[in-house]
Design a protein around this ligand. Structure first.
Ligand SMILES: Nc1nc2c(ncn2[C@@H]2O[C@H](COP(=O)(O)OP(=O)(O)O)[C@@H](O)[C@H]2O)c(=O)[nH]1
Ligand SMILES: [Mg+2]
Ligand SMILES: [Zn+2]
Length: 218
């Protein structure tokens, strides 16, 4: 019985996610669901991307957190429209929360929407939000073994961004091992090595975003 209930919840979520996706596509908006553990650098990645792309691409942000507007305040200071979702204890975003946020946003003036999920490497993977792309962020201090421990997160994503590469000289992180593991889980997944602190590696990441935005318009 319990399994049936869970399936219904996921089915309902999928239907709402498909509605969100159609709405976003009708406005030619590239929506990216960013998932990672707390502190991996999701907000920092978004802020550095705004710095690099904000003049040529209209960016919007949905921030998902259990509580507070700390992240939305940081995005707002960068002059970008942002909606904060507080899940009130919930450990992931779902499609309905995103639908409510989209209702309040001016989609006509947007090319790229970042949805920062709640920091968590487990259940966000199970809830589609209506995004075109999923991006999982991993960071050097978390260690190179995370894809072994959280395989569904790393196997259901279009791109993996490895952040905090500026810390590589100080920590043990076997990049080749990490890449081998994610490739065995998710063959051909896009990989970006960046530092949201120094901006290192951002050229490839920004080019990919621009390419995906133009593909969507074709
Ligand atoms: N050294 C270093 N620190 C970073 C980098 N990116 C983020 N941080 C720091 O990591 C902490 C968490 O970053 P934040 O963007 O809030 O992570 P989030 O919880 O995933 O949104 C902050 O103290 C950031 O300054 C990076 O590339 N290098
Ligand atoms: Mg954040
Ligand atoms: Zn959850």
């Amino acid at each position: 019985m319990k399994i049936t209930v869970l399936k219904n919840i996921l089915d309902a979520n999928l239907q709402t996610a498909e509605r969100n996706q159609r709405l976003l596509e009708s406005h030619d908006i590239l929506a990216i669901n960013i998932m990672a553990s707390p502190g991996a650098g999701k907000t920092s990645l978004i802020l550095k991307t705004i710095e690099g792309l904000g003049k040529e691409v209209a960016i919007g942000v949905i921030e998902g957190d259990i509580a507070s507007t700390v992240d939305a305040d940081r995005i707002s200071q960068a002059g970008v429209p942002v909606v904060q979702i507080n899940t009130g204890g919930g450990c992931h975003l779902d499609a309905n929360m995103v639908a409510n946020a989209l209702d309040t946003m001016d989609l006509k003036k947007m090319d790229l929407l970042f949805i920062e999920n709640v920091g968590n490497l487990v259940c966000p993977a199970g809830f589609k939000l209506g995004e075109q792309k999923r991006v999982v962020l991993a960071s050097i201090p978390e260690g190179d073994d995370k894809p072994h421990k959280y395989p569904s997160m790393f196997s259901q994503t279009e791109a993996i961004v490895i952040n905090k590469t500026d810390l590589l000289p100080y920590l043990e992180f076997d990049m080749e091992d990490f890449k081998g593991t994610v490739n065995s889980l998710n063959h051909g997944v896009k990989l970006f090595e960046v530092s949201a602190k120094t901006g290192g590696g951002f050229d490839a990441w920004l080019s990919w975003l621009k390419e995906e935005i133009s593909l969507l318009r074709k």
